[in-house]
Design a protein around this ligand. Structure first.
Ligand code: GYE
Length: 327
């Protein structure tokens, strides 16, 4: 009897091994690699904002802690650089490629190359706009439409009693980037409930402080009666603060400011009364990315969409949260 069970167990194991081979996944058929033999290539967007710096640090620290080698490249906000980095990771036959696509479109060719090479791709933070969702294993990041809706909801509530038009300037993120497209969409959708809320100008500041400052300087001249600035990230809001102060006005009072991210500098400006409301977008994606890489290595299928949990901050809440804020 014992012998029979033994045989059954062996043939069961053989069957498993066979089906493993048949599924064709290289990690699954060869079995998991020891973590210190795994190599992950990460193609980062750039270093455009406080959010990005925090994101890079967190990802690097998480892989270091997990004992997994991380090859890192900074594309300086240029898609061509990211594509080059991904091609070089394919050539180096890394085990997993992860990247945060600077813009949504134009990835199919290089992602097909990764697929043909049998290298799984994980999207972190930003999405691609591709019809073929077999080109990536998982997408880990925020719901940017919801972030825009939360910003819009604050504006809607703040001006609920307004009987006159409220003039809004929008500082957009990088043109074509998922967070710029989605944060504009969610915001527009919510504020459309009150016809008094009017976006009088909308321009990209490329998610940078310098961009936010420059665009605000110019737009304040053409829109001197603006009531509120909605910036797609803290850095552009911080740039807007500089431009508003240089124009002799008081940010947060004469012109209200709503931003997205909640990095330390943004939270400080919120606590100081210069920003009025911040929608959180968490850059701490490292630990979850490590988990996804481990699942792939173990031959498991990670969830296709993993959404980051986030909150919002008023000025009072920022004062409370600042002392323990990690980034
Ligand atoms: O909000 C912004 C950064 O993709 C969510 O990129 C990210 C955005 C973030 O430059 O600060």
């Amino acid at each position: 009897m014992k012998k029979l069970i033994g045989i059954a167990a062996v043939s069961g194991a053989m069957l498993l091994a066979l089906t493993g081979c048949a599924s064709g996944g290289s990690a699954a058929s060869e079995g998991p690699k020891p973590l210190d033999e795994l190599v992950v290539g990460f193609a980062q967007v750039g270093a455009e904002s406080g959010w990005r710096t925090a994101n890079t640090k967190d990802i690097q620290a998480s892989f270091e802690e997990a004992g997994i080698e991380l090859k890192f490249s900074d594309a300086q906000q240029k898609q061509e650089n990211q594509i080059k980095a991904i091609r070089s990771y394919i050539q180096q036959q890394v085990d997993v490629i992860a990247f945060s696509p600077v813009v949504e479109t134009g990835w199919d060719a290089v992602l097909n190359e990764a697929k043909a090479a049998g290298i799984p791709v994980v999207l972190t933070d930003r999405a691609v706009d591709s019809q073929d969702d077999s080109l990536y294993v998982s997408f880990l990041g925020s719901d940017f439409v919801e972030e825009g809706e939360k910003a819009g909801q604050w504006v809607l509530d703040e001006y609920a009693d307004a009987s006159e038009p409220v003039q809004i300037i929008q500082l957009e993120g990088t043109t074509g980037a998922a967070p710029a497209i989605d944060r504009a969409e969610g915001f527009a959708e919510v504020i459309s409930a009150n016809p008094n809320l009017e976006v009088v100008a909308s321009q990209t500041g490329d998610f940078t402080r310098a961009g936010g400052k420059q665009v605000t300087e110019a737009l304040l001249k053409s829109n001197p009666d603006v009531d509120l600035i909605y910036a797609h990230n803290d850095d552009m809001g911080l740039g807007a603060i500089e431009a508003i102060e240089a124009a002799g006005l008081e940010p947060g009072v004469d012109i209200k400011i709503v931003t997205v991210d909640a990095v330390k500098d943004g939270m400080q400006a919120l606590a100081d009364g210069k920003i009025n409301f911040i929608v959180e977008c968490s850059p701490l994606l490292g630990a979850q990315l490590v988990d996804i890489v481990k699942q792939i290595n173990d031959g498991e299928t990670p969830e296709k969409r993993i959404i980051t949990e986030e909150t919002t901050f008023t000025q009072e809440e920022a004062i409370e949260a600042l002392p323990t804020r990690q980034y």
